[in-house]
Ligand binder design. Structure first.
Ligand code: PGA
Length: 238
């Protein structure tokens, strides 16, 4: 049975270090390297110490390793903090901060250069366009990335319309995810491909089994410890 990866994207939550520590401690109860916790930057350190059995990921990085870039965080710094992974290209960064695919491409290359595994999020905005444009988006964010490096990546099919906090957001149907993931596999050179968007304990297994995903990226449900633990259990049984 192949490993199934579960990425927990906490986004800009929770608001206090105490809550972040106790959430990490809860998740440590099922600690496994295939669980990748991605807390906000200020909590990386305490999550690393509270949940040493899971993998650590950041939610973004800059495209240079050091220098005069006020407020940015470099891949080399994340690596030295104990991160193995970094989320790149989340649609919320495009929507709220104007991040472009070309910026994401530079970040992917810098992350690989520092020895981090990029978890690159890709997905269309319009449900009627499901699966379309994915190859183009992939080419733009992965331009110049060698076949060998592509094989190390994690890609997430995460349509904007499926994200729980998007207006009217509801999960893709497993067959929609399967079709999109299939298209992505053609250009992925062996990268692992996950599904993200309103994943919870009730549907995670269907994306892994029927959607043929190598894992899931979880936002809101990863902040509810009991539900997240349940989700991990379901994934284990697939
Ligand atoms: P959601 O978020 O699980 O709350 O839909 C997914 C994500 O944006 O990673």
């Amino acid at each position: 049975m192949n490993k199934k990866y579960i990425v927990a994207n906490w986004k800009m939550n929770p608001t206090s270090a105490e809550e972040a520590r106790s959430l990490a401690q809860e998740i440590q109860r099922v600690a496994r390297a295939e669980i990748i916790l991605c807390p906000p930057f200020p909590f990386l350190h305490l999550v690393r110490d509270a949940a040493p059995g899971v993998s650590l990921g950041a939610q973004d990085c800059f495209w240079e390793q050091e220098g005069a870039y006020t407020g940015e965080v470099s891949p080399a710094q994340l690596k030295s903090m104990g991160c193995s992974y970094v989320l790149l290209g989340h649609s919320e960064r495009r929507i709220h901060l104007g991040e472009t695919r070309e910026m994401v491409n530079k970040k992917v290359q810098a992350a690989l250069g520092a020895g981090l595994i990029p978890i690159v999020l890709i997905g269309e905005e319009d449900r009627s366009q499901t699966g379309k444009g994915l190859a183009d988006s992939m080419e733009r964010v992965l331009a110049g990335v060698s076949k060998e490096d592509r094989a190390r990546l994690f890609l997430v099919y995460e349509p904007v319309w499926a994200i729980s906090t998007s207006e009217g957001g509801e999960p893709a149907r497993p067959e929609e995810a399967k079709e999109a993931i299939g298209r992505m596999r053609e250009a992925a050179c062996g990268a692992r491909i996950l599904y993200g968007g309103s994943v919870d304990a009730s549907n995670a297994a269907s994306f892994l089994r029927d959607g043929e995903a190598d894992g899931v990226a979880v936002g809101s449900a990863s902040l509810r410890a009991q539900e997240f633990l349940q989700l991990v259990k379901q994934a284990e049984e697939v």
